[in-house]
Design a protein around this ligand. Structure first.
Ligand code: AMP
Length: 300
């Protein structure tokens, strides 16, 4: 909540209503006007179905920047043909309320034709990083992500863009793209927000039945297990990997895709522990595919 002195001189304690626009032209106009007022621009790209994880990114942007733009766009090009594009949740009124409460200035909510006018030929491919882990299980996914994120950067022209550690490989890919294409903005990565029992918040958690919801805890449990084993001095990463997979495959409804330890910069799978590593996991829980990860630091 904040107290706003409106032009009518009425003091209101209700949160400010975000401006909602659907076209790139309107987005640019509002951003240009904010810039003219000397405000820095923070961008939080999302696919909507907002939860406390998204809100934490908005709050970080609010702290750092004078003008906060949230994009709500379910990007079709990052979904595979057998994935959940059609049924992906789109609770617009709830998203608007969360943005209002979090103090968002502008929501950019384009339709697909605004982002991908036909015909459309260009794709952005951050090679190497796009083909492993998530990329190996979701062919074309990261091309869709890189393409839409570069477009959103060019549309909104932010000073800082905010991403979640929850999508570890995605934020790495975006960092690499930003650096290699000399994009004039800064990328900030915010920590993963979890339920009190450890489940990482995800828009896809709504698909889980109560029983699957319990089984989904296997993901965070296997990450914590890797952390405990590494911190107690275990050096055999193959053994830890096998234990992570066992935790997943022994849980009802859970079918693992991968569970391993990787380098935080190259995402190469590690054969020996190092000072910094990331435990990563992906699994199907019922028909819902979930991912999670945990950065693990060891004393030198
Ligand atoms: P999405 O709407 O799933 O595309 O996510 C939009 C942004 O929110 C991405 O940068 C995600 O990494 C981030 N995000 C999603 N879940 C979480 C979470 N549990 N904690 C922190 N950030 C998250």
């Amino acid at each position: 909540m904040e107290t706003v002195l409106r032009s009518s001189s009425v003091i209101s304690s209700s949160p400010r209503e975000p401006t909602v626009v659907t076209t790139v032209a309107e987005l640019r106009e509002h951003v240009r006007s904010a810039r003219q007022q000397g405000k820095s621009i923070g961008l939080v790209p999302t696919m909507g179905a907002l939860h406390a994880g998204h809100v934490s990114l908005i709050e970080a942007a609010r702290r750092d920047c004078g003008y906060v733009v949230v994009t709500v766009f379910v990007n079709p090009t990052q979904f595979g043909p057998k994935e959940d594009l059609q049924k992906y949740p789109r609770p617009w009124e709830d998203d608007l309320a969360k943005c209002r409460d979090a103090g968002v200035d502008l929501i950019f909510r384009p339709d697909v034709a605004e982002v991908y006018p036909k015909p459309f030929f260009t794709v952005v491919d951050v090679t190497g990083i796009s083909e492993v882990l998530e990329g190996a299980h979701r062919p074309g996914h990261f091309q869709g992500v890189a393409t839409v994120v570069l477009k959103l950067f060019n549309m909104a022209q932010p000073d800082i863009a905010y991403f979640g550690q929850k999508d570890f490989q995605q934020q790495l890919l975006i960092r690499r793209m930003t650096k290699e294409l000399d994009l004039p903005l800064e990328i900030r990565t915010c920590p993963t927000i979890r339920e009190p029992d450890g489940l990482a918040l995800s828009s896809r958690n709504v698909y889980l039945s109560p029983e699957e919801r319990r089984s989904a805890l296997a993901l965070s449990r296997c990450l914590r297990h890797a952390e405990t084993r590494l911190k107690s001095g275990e050096k055999d990463l193959a053994a830890i990997r096998a234990e992570m997979k066992k935790i997943l495959s022994e849980t009802p409804h859970v079918v693992p895709d991968y569970a391993t330890l990787v380098d935080p910069e190259t995402i190469a799978e590690l054969s020996t522990p190092q000072r910094e590593q990331v435990a990563v996991v992906a699994a199907k829980v019922g028909t819902t595919r979930l991912i999670d990860n945990l950065p693990i630091s060891l004393p030198q």
